[in-house]
Design a protein around this ligand. Structure first.
Ligand code: B4P
Length: 188
C-alpha cells in the first residue's frame, strides 16, 4: 500500500474524520489545509486575516496562498516517507502545483468518499451545534457544495489521466463502517 494518500469528497463526507484515523493507523502525518487555515485565522496571522472572510463564505482561499502553506509543510522531515492530504489539492491548479513541488510520485492513490448531499447538510448543521464553525450554516454549506462540484470534482477525472488511481468508498455508513471500507479499498 502506498503511503502518499489524498482524500477527496464533498464537504462533510468525513474526510477530516477518516484522514485522522487512517494517518494514526499507518503512521504518516495528517495534513489538512482546512485545519491549517483555521489555525491561521485563530492566530491572526497575515494568512489568517486574508482567509477569514473567504472561508466564512465557503469560497476557496487563493491558490498561491494555499500552495505556499502546503509546500512549506511538505518540506518538513516527517513528510519525507509519506503523508495523508485532506482538503488539498482542491482544484486542478493546486494539483499541478503539488506535482511541481514534489515531482512524479507525489501521490500513490486518491480515496474518494461519496455521500448524499442532503444528508451531508444535516451532518454539518449538527456539527455547527457542537463546534460553532463559522462556515457550517446552510447557505454557506450549499455554496461549499457547489464550489466542490465546480472546482474539486474534476480531480476524480484528472488523477487517472495522471497515473494516480482514484478509489471510491461509500461515505454513508457509521464512522467505523466507512473506515472499514477504506481499509478494504487500500488492501484491494
Ligand atoms: P475543510 O476543513 O477541508 O472542510 P470540509 O470540506 O467541510 O470537510 P471537513 O473535513 O471539515 O468535514 P468532514 O468531512 O470530516 O475546508 C474548510 C474551508 O477551508 C473551505 O471551505 C475553504 O474555504 C478552505 N480551504 C481548505 N482547503 C483549501 C484549499 N486546498 N484551497 C482553498 N481553500 C481551502 O466531517 C464533517 C462532519 O461530519 C464532522 O462533524 C464529523 O464528525 C461528521 N461525520 C464524519 N463522518 C461521519 C459519519 N460516517 N457519520 C456521521 N457523521 C460523520
Amino acid at each position: 500500500m502506498g503511503r502518499k494518500i489524498l482524500f477527496l469528497g464533498p464537504p462533510g463526507a468525513g474526510k477530516g474524520t477518516q484522514a485522522a484515523m487512517l494517518a494514526r493507523a499507518i503512521g504518516v502525518p495528517h495534513i489538512s489545509t482546512g485545519v491549517m487555515l483555521r489555525e491561521a485565522v485563530a492566530a491572526g496571522t497575515d494568512l489568517g486575516r486574508k482567509a477569514d472572510v473567504i472561508m466564512a463564505a465557503g469560497d476557496l482561499v487563493p491558490d498561491d496562498l494555499v500552495v505556499a502553506m502546503v509546500a512549506e509543510r511538505l518540506s518538513q522531515e516527517d513528510a519525507v516517507c509519506g503523508y495523508l492530504l485532506d482538503g488539498f489539492p482542491r482544484n486542478v491548479v493546486q494539483a499541478g502545483a503539488l506535482d511541481a513541488a514534489i515531482g512524479k510520485g507525489a501521490l500513490d492513490v486518491a480515496l474518494l468518499l461519496e455521500a448524499d448531499e442532503d444528508a451531508l447538510v444535516e451532518r454539518l448543521l449538527k456539527r455547527a451545534e457542537q463546534e460553532g464553525r463559522a462556515d457550517d450554516n446552510e447557505d454557506t454549506i450549499r455554496n461549499r457544495q457547489s464550489v466542490y462540484r465546480r472546482e474539486t470534482e474534476p480531480l476524480a477525472a484528472y488523477y487517472p489521466e495522471h497515473d494516480v488511481d482514484v478509489v471510491t468508498v461509500d461515505g454513508m455508513g457509521t464512522i467505523e463502517e466507512v473506515f472499514a471500507g477504506i481499509a478494504r479499498a487500500l488492501a484491494g
